[in-house]
Design a protein around this ligand. Structure first.
Ligand code: BGC
Length: 441
């Protein structure tokens, strides 16, 4: 590696590295934003869910919609209680056709088009006329009016469908179901995916009090012991992806300016799967423009925003071959770049690592903030139900979060644990529906 490249890289690394002292600072700011959000205004929306938690006694058969991004999943879920469930049937479909035939996420599509399309997919899944109570996981910031009514405050994840912001989502779905004669499908609960993940974790483990997603988007919820309006426990959807008291780098600022909504979702833009590939691309572009990398041929991704995905970063991090042959192959196949030196390949892996490590440490800082808020002395155990592609598939991601717990809690670090809760959004929708119907159906 040339001296200039090594120097530049360590400079970038320094900006992306968050030592324990900074983690604690971020955690304390997060805790403060939580308190402010509960009583008034802060970057954390602290949205009520009208749900307490699950206790493992939820039973019955439910239809679940998991609407969290461009890929929607429908599931027919049997809950047997005590943490046991079975997915009887499932089907996924895309809101945006990869070949460009349709795009229900674009501004040209409206609320009617979008929910009609979903209702048609539901009709394709269900075979007979029995009644299906439906739990809907709708993973965008919503002001809940009740456990089954939620108004979309604003789209995130670069969605632009017209006429949905400001609308009550269950009503839109009900209209589409009626239009398609699906009178046997009865929406009974609408939740955020973090709530779904927490409910699923709590269905199996009474210590679960935090739910978190790190996939396309990022967000967490938790059980507020004394929610101001009810004075009792309630799950609060923090919309923590919008947290804005965090250190941002030069690259984060460029990304934010080019995004659909500058100034919003700053934590999400620094940490979630939708954006970390782009941060990587911006760093690389900077190095290429300074003629420190890819001197032979400038790869096409330099000019193509969003062309590097979180999956690409996972692939680079997983390359354990001595000469990083997989990274070489990836560059050759996808970007026609050949003849990279071993040092250049190492640089790529190092950048992937610094971007993903920062993401994990940032969100770990928010968990520390939540635990400080609910249990300042750390007197009891806390389980974080976690779902999403970064937890599941990004090499080293969960280990990086656990490292933060060790640095902050030292001997007590086993008091806070992160548990992978796969499919929390789907199962959680069924659990929420069961809860709203008084446990079983
Ligand atoms: C949304 C949240 C959601 C998160 C994870 C964010 O963009 O605003 O509501 O929980 O993504 O899917």
């Amino acid at each position: 590696m040339t001296e200039v490249l090594a120097e530049k890289l360590s400079g970038i690394e320094k900006n992306f590295w968050l030592p324990a002292s900074e983690i604690l600072e971020i955690a304390m700011k997060f805790k403060k934003e939580m308190a402010e959000g509960l009583s008034g205004k802060s970057s954390l929306k602290m949205l009520r869910t009208f749900l307490q938690t699950a206790d493992g006694r939820e039973t019955g058969t439910f239809l679940a919609i998991d609407f969290g991004g461009t890929n929607i999943r429908l599931q027919l879920v049997d809950l047997f209680g005590g943490g046991r469930f079975e997915i009887r049937k499932q089907q996924s479909f895309l809101l945006k056709d990869p070949c460009g035939a349709y795009d229900y996420t674009s501004q040209d599509a409206n609320a009617g088009d979008l929910f009609d399309f979903i209702a048609i997919q539901i009709a394709n899944l269900l075979e007979h006329d029995s009644t299906y109570p439906l739990g809907h996981t709708f993973s965008f910031p919503c002001r809940q009016i009740g456990a089954n009514r939620a108004v979309l405050l604003n789209w995130t994840k670069e969605f632009k469908t017209s006429g949905v912001e400001g609308q009550e989502i269950t009503g839109l779905l009900e209209r589409a179901l009626a239009k398609n004669s699906l009178f046997n499908v009865k929406p009974v609960a609408i939740i955020n995916d973090t709530t779904g993940t927490l409910l699923t974790a709590a269905y199996c483990d009474p210590c679960a009090d935090i739910g978190s997603i790190s996939g396309t988007g990022h967000n967490s919820c938790y059980i507020e012991p004394k929610e101001p309006s009810s004075q009792g426990p309630m799950i609060i959807n923090m919309e923590s992806g919008n947290f804005n008291k965090l250190p941002l780098t030069y690259y984060d600022k460029i990304l934010d300016q080019a995004s659909e909504k500058p100034g919003e979702q700053l934590l999400e833009k620094a940490a979630s799967g939708r954006y970390i590939g782009e941060i990587f691309r911006l760093i690389l572009t900077d190095l290429i423009q300074q003629r420190l990398l890819f001197k032979e041929k400038i790869p096409d991704f330099v000019a193509a925003a969003d062309s590097i995905t979180a999956g690409d970063l996972a692939f680079m991090l997983a390359d354990e071959t001595p000469d990083l042959a997989h990274i070489s192959g990836w560059l050759k196949t996808n970007w026609s770049v050949k003849g990279l030196t071993p040092e250049e390949r190492q640089a790529l892996q190092r950048i992937a690592s610094l971007v993903t490590t920062r993401s994990a440490r940032l969100i770990a800082a928010t968990y520390v903030g939540i635990v400080r808020h609910v249990d300042p002395e750390l007197n009891r155990d806390h389980v974080i139900g976690a779902d999403g592609s970064l937890f599941e598939k990004m090499p080293g991601y969960v280990a990086n979060i656990n490292n933060v717990f060790k640095e902050i809690y030292r001997d007590n670090s086993n008091r806070v644990s992160l548990v992978l809760t796969r499919n929390g959004s789907g199962i959680g929708a069924a659990i929420a529906a069961a809860t709203c119907m008084g446990k079983g159906n």
